[in-house]
Ligand binder design. Sequence first.
Ligand code: NI
Length: 167
Amino acid sequence: MALLHILRYPDARLHKVAAPVTVFDDGLKQLVADMAESMYAAPGIGLAATQVDVHKQVIVVDVSERRDSLIVLVNPEIVESHGVSDIEEGCLSVPTVYDTVPRAERVKVRAYDQNGTPFTLEAQGLLSVCLQHEMDHLRGKVFVEYLSQLKQQRVRAKLAKQLKKSA
Ligand code: NI
């Protein structure tokens, strides 16, 4: 297994649209294992392949407190959504920035696991928001892009400052 480099906003590669997975092979299983390891190490509660510069529809999430409930979603699709959520979110690609953006409170998602077995997942609360956030990544959308232009400017300035400090 290996830790993967996580792209930082505003890297243009975060805007690439991920392609559906068509082959469930060892390469996919390796990607999932590396993504999970990278998410836990960060630490984060979700990671999309887009964030590690792999443009395939793969996400990993674990919102459990014990960090023992990994969910792998390949080619995820929202089939139902209800309500409005106001949970604050963050992103490993946008460190230290937290805000609320429009999300459904409950979603029903259809996906495949890393072996190609289809399943349906009904989520609410934090898991629901996390799934919507990660699925946005696969479409090339970062959560801060829902914010006002002014807030986005502040986010970019803050991240540029961080980058300077760490250089
Ligand atoms: Ni994110």
